[in-house]
Ligand binder design. Structure first.
Ligand SMILES: [Zn+2]
Ligand SMILES: [Zn+2]
Length: 184
């Protein structure tokens, strides 16, 4: 949640005054009695009346990072950021995906609905899907430049190296694949 809070604050501080006003209005629409705090009752009423039934009300306690029983502006801003940008679920277990997760590259590039998985379901192969190549959301972003993190090899090479590492279980082999030299 801390990372999401920092991201929300960063976007807010770098956005136009129009967008900042939208965020302030969002807070006011939740704070029904205008006391500057959003209580659990105000939170759940807001979810019910605004079509956010998919949000688990337990998110309130996660958002309330200082455990004072109410949400202040920055905590509500974090919620705003999550519902506007992180409405992604694991297709296998249904968990909401706030942080690191895996995405089918073909579905992502095809412009259709994305097929996303939590690391646990992807790692445990707890899913069925007709495409094979998945990348985590961080690597996917880097792959848009065709460059893998920290190396000069292209993504296909790097992915092959990862597959080798998983298949062979020998990190030395990965190193030799990346730099194209033999272990001998
Ligand atoms: Zn899952
Ligand atoms: Zn797919």
């Amino acid at each position: 949640m801390e990372e999401l809070r920092l991201a929300a604050r960063a976007y807010y501080n770098n956005s136009s005054s129009d967008l900042q006003n939208l965020a302030i209005n969002f807070f006011r629409s939740m704070d029904a009695n205008r006391d500057g705090w959003v209580s659990f009752q105000e939170f759940t009423r807001f979810l019910r009346h605004n079509g956010y039934n998919w949000v688990n009300p337990n998110m309130f306690s996660q958002l309330d990072t200082n455990n004072d029983g109410g949400l202040g502006f920055w905590e509500v801003l974090t919620f705003y950021y999550i519902i506007k940008t992180r409405a992604v679920w694991c297709r296998a277990c249904g968990a909401q995906l706030h942080g690191l997760h895996f995405t089918c590259v073909a579905c992502f590039d095809g412009g259709q609905n994305t097929f996303d998985l939590c690391a646990r379901c992807y790692g445990g192969r707890q899913f069925r899907h007709h495409h094979r190549v998945f990348l985590d959301n961080y690597i996917l972003l880097r792959s848009k430049r065709g460059i893998s993190p920290g190396t000069n090899v292209n993504l296909n090479q790097w992915f092959r190296a990862l597959e080798l590492a998983v298949g062979v279980g020998n990190l030395l082999n990965v190193g030799s694949t990346l730099v194209g030299c033999s272990i001998m």
